[in-house]
Ligand binder design. Structure first.
Ligand code: AHZ
Length: 303
């Protein structure tokens, strides 16, 4: 009585031995099937802990000295990471403040499913093996999540790329007039910890190149260029201008660049620092800007 709809006791609460509810017993025949008697191999709890933590800390050890750090795993950051994953000798740390990587590209625009990509950026989708409906000047994916899930699965499978999610880049390392890494913390600390503890010191990751793919302004947006502005290392960050799809996409790709020695910007963060228009729900520029950022990072690494 009083159980809320969807509360676990209304479906299948874990039963104490000998306390099978009458309704469950009555349905036993109807529920019988190939999973009856399914039994997992035994495991010790500490094994689970050690498998996770040793790998994580080995990765942290390795990527503390990365070739490239990409901050932000939205559509542009993922395109950049995918491109760099083709170079097994280049180590890439992908830092994402959210638990779920992908940024805004799980949807096509507003809450709509389909994703529109203007040609010729559809070649990138073909390379990824993603199907689309083709029109004269653009293509349409059935669901935006097809892009994000596909590119993400390839990036995650790459031996040279490590995603550190739920991790926030809070600051930059700047030495000798060059960005040479990022200052990180658990996102929960960044969001809630600093105000409740006297001190929650961060961690640091060094890199030869930092790619800032933090998206447009917002709670976490444009953090790379906003920090450069605070430090007086870029003149201004005017913010993206009003929407104009045709101007915006070309401009974002054209202006994807090393904005300060050691730091390349990609995706909508480019529009923030240049004041060029936003494009709204068309994603081709994010892919190509990400690819261009990867190309520039490789060039900076002498590849
Ligand atoms: O969580 C952010 C998101 O996943 C992450 N991020 C931002 N700041 C971070 C920080 N540390 C760690 N300090 C951080 N992670 O960066 C990701 C940005 O993804 P996004 O999808 O917001 O940006 P994008 O540039 O890849 O794609 C933009 C897509 C847009 S916005 C837009 C418009 O508003 O007109 N149009 C398009 C196509």
């Amino acid at each position: 009585p009083g159980a809320k709809l969807g509360h676990r006791t209304s479906i299948a609460a874990p039963c104490r031995r000998g306390s099978v509810r009458p309704s469950v017993r009555a349905n036993a025949g109807a529920n019988a099937g190939p999973f009856d008697g399914y039994a997992f191999k035994p495991i010790r709890e500490m094994e689970v802990s050690r498998e996770m933590s040793t790998r994580y800390f080995q990765d942290l050890y390795k990527y503390a000295d990365a070739d490239v750090i990409i901050v932000g795993s939205g559509s542009a950051g993922l395109a950049c990471a995918y491109e760099l994953s083709k170079h097994p000798d280049v180590s890439v740390a992908l830092i994402e403040q959210s638990v779920s990587p992908g940024g805004g590209a799980w949807l096509g625009g507003q809450l709509f499913s389909s994703m529109v990509v203007r040609k010729p950026a559809h070649h990138f989708l073909t390379e990824l093996g993603i199907e689309f409906e083709e029109f004269e000047n653009y293509v349409v994916l059935k669901h935006a999540a097809q892009y994000t899930s596909t590119v993400l699965s390839k990036v995650l499978a790459a031996d040279n790329v490590k995603l550190f999610n739920a991790t926030c880049a809070e600051d930059l390392i700047v030495k000798e007039n060059r960005v040479s890494g990022v200052v990180t913390n658990w996102s929960t600390v960044t969001l809630f910890g600093h105000d409740t503890q006297s001190c929650m010191d961060p961690n640091v990751l060094e890199a030869k190149v930092v790619v800032s793919a933090c998206g447009h302004d917002g709670p976490f947006g444009a953090t790379g260029v906003k920090r450069l502005q605070e430090l007086g290392l870029v003149d201004k960050v005017p913010g993206m201008a009003a929407l104009d799809m045709n101007k915006a996409e070309d401009a974002v790709v054209a202006n994807t660049r090393e904005v300060y020695p050691g730091m390349i910007i990609t995706g909508m963060e480019v529009a923030e620092v240049d004041g060029c228009p936003r494009m709204g729900p068309t994603f081709g520029a994010m892919f190509i800007s990400g690819q261009k950022a990867a190309y520039m990072a490789l060039k900076a690494l002498g590849k």
